[in-house]
Each structure stands twice: as C-alpha cells, then as structure tokens.
Write a protein that binds this ligand. Sequence first.
Ligand SMILES: *Cc1c(COP(=O)(O)O)cnc(C)c1O
Length: 363
Amino acid sequence: MQTYPIPMVPGPVVVPENVRQAYLKPYGSGDLETEFIDLYSRTQRLLKAILDTKDDIVIQSGEGMLALWSALKSCLVPGDRVLTVATGVFGYGIGEMAQSIGADVKTVGFGYDETINDMARIEAAIAEFKPRMITAVHCETPSGTLNPLEELGRLKHAYRVPLFYVDAVAAAGGVPVLTDDWNIDLCLGGAQKCLSAPPDTCFLSVSVKAWEIIEAVNYVGYDALKPFHRAVKDRFFPYTPNWQGVAALHAAAELLLNEGLENSYNRHDIVAQMCRRHLVDMGIDLFPTADAIPSPTVTAANIPEGFTWKAWDRRLRQSGLVVAGSYGPLAEKVFRLGHMGAQADMELMKKALNVIAEALRHR
Ligand SMILES: *Cc1c(COP(=O)(O)O)cnc(C)c1O
C-alpha cells in the first residue's frame, strides 16, 4: 500500500505513536465495566477543558458527521425554525440537513471565501425569524477559514434563542473554542482533526437547556443523544462502548492538555502563518478574501495556473506530499494543507513547502 511521508490532509490527521498504542491495548468488554465508565468520565473532563465549558460532554462512536446529525435530530422536530449562518460547504450543508428532518430553515449566507462579517444582517434575521436554533461553523475546513463566534453568541443570548449549535470539528484543540463565553449549547468536535486520534469517535458539549429540549423531543435512533444523558450515572450505554476509540481520544486529549492549550494554539498559528506567507511568496493565491479570517488549522489556496487538480495532486504525491482538494463549488479550484493536530509541525510544513516550490519550478 502506498504511504506518504509528508501527510498534509485536513483529516484524518496522522496519529501519534502513544495515541495509536492506547487504541491497540486489549480492553475488557466495555459494557458496564467500572474501568470503562471511569475512562469515559475522565475523557469527558479533558474534553470540557478543551471546549472551555462546564456543560456535560457526550462521546459517541462515529465520525464528526455523527455529532452533526445527532445534535440536529435530537433537538429538532418538524416545523422548528432554524437560522443557519453559512460561509461554506459545512455551513450551508447543516442548513440542508436541518431541512431534511423537517425544520423551517432560513439561511444567512456569505461567500465561500468570506467569514461572518455583516452582524446587522444576522441580527435582523434573528429578530424577524425568531429561530429556535442558530447554527454556525467555527473552522470552515473546505474554505480554510475561521468564523468569529463571540458576537453571534451575544445575539443568541440577547434574543433568547434557545439553542446555539456550533460545528467546531476542525477547530477544537487547534484554536480557542470558548463554548461557555460564546453561549454555545451544542459544541461539536471530532477525533480525527486537531486531536489527531483515529476517526471513530466524536464528542459534543450539551447545555442544560439542550438536555431539556432533548428530553422533550425524545428522538429515538442509533444516533440519539438522549440515552447519553444518564449513561454514566446509570452505567448503561445505548450500544457497546468503543473502548479503544475512547482510550485513543483520552490519550490524544491528554497529550494536548500536557502540551498546554495556549502552546497548541501558538503552534498552530505559527505554522499556519508560515504556510500562508510562503505560498504567497511562491505566487500562489490564498482562497479566502483579504478580509476573511484564515484558519490556523487549515490553509486553502487556488490551484496554481497550468495545473488541473488531478495533475497538481499527482505531481505532489510523486514527491511524497499528500494534500487535499476541496468540495462543492470549490472542487477543482482549491487545494488544502491541513496543518492541524500532529500536522501543525514546523519541520513537516517546511518539507511540504519545499515540495510545492519544486513542483512550481519544474512546471
Ligand atoms: C471534518 C469535518 C466534519 C466531519 O467530520 P468527519 O469526521 O469527517 O465525519 C464536520 N465539520 C467540519 C467543519 C469538518 O472539518
């Protein structure tokens, strides 16, 4: 099987050795065992620190998308008004997901190369539409952007919107995510982005208000959140706990907190700045507009002139570098370097930039 010495895909991120080791240990049966309940509780505490929240944390078995779906399906009933603030593939996508389960969705949309900027337009929409839920994406991974959420959280509070749903899958651990300060009720994270764990667990914070609504909605399904409300207390999980996955997530969260969140944020910032500066120096245009906020966890840039995405991808792979293309309207136009988690590494980034420079010299 082909492997690449310079992995720069924005998830799944390369998994560090001690996280891999935690995944591979032989564990008990999981169900009802005291050690599993203890591991789950300790992992919840670490994730609270990473999401900067006092709220409850749910850890589920599945990728980030599971958290996106489980939070929507567990909180919404048909006809509920959802205000979707969208700046990219995931932002608009969440609106479509809410619509598919019967919600009445209104979208305040921006360009895919922009970040949230017109608060007056958003405030007017909240005042007029009176949503039950506001949705937003922190790091819009396909665009390489980072949306500011503080003002949105302030509006949620001021207009007494019951639920603020935030996809922080590609942000949590790599940039400050202030769940409580920003009044977020459902803050969603995944294992395979900035935490550098295998892609089989996801997690989310659930506020007191969100639990109230989840209990009342009483959604039943494999992805339902309700059974997790009292899972630890009752020592009963809705399906066989993913002991390996939670152990890996625990090891990854511990690694991050031992480094220190501030140190991790700085590391991401420095590597991202170097990435953007060098790409621009090489004549490659960054995808986000000059006014947009670029994400410290992923850089999106236009595919250089003279290359199709396929040719560009093939050329970089020849030298051991694997990057990502993008989705939706950005497909074939944008390529991305995922410098998140273990890949927010100066040496790795230097190697990646050298390969890109070389590819351009010989075009
Ligand atoms: C990766 C990602 C997801 C989905 O996570 P998966 O683990 O791929 O299911 C959701 N939202 C954003 C912003 C992401 O970057």
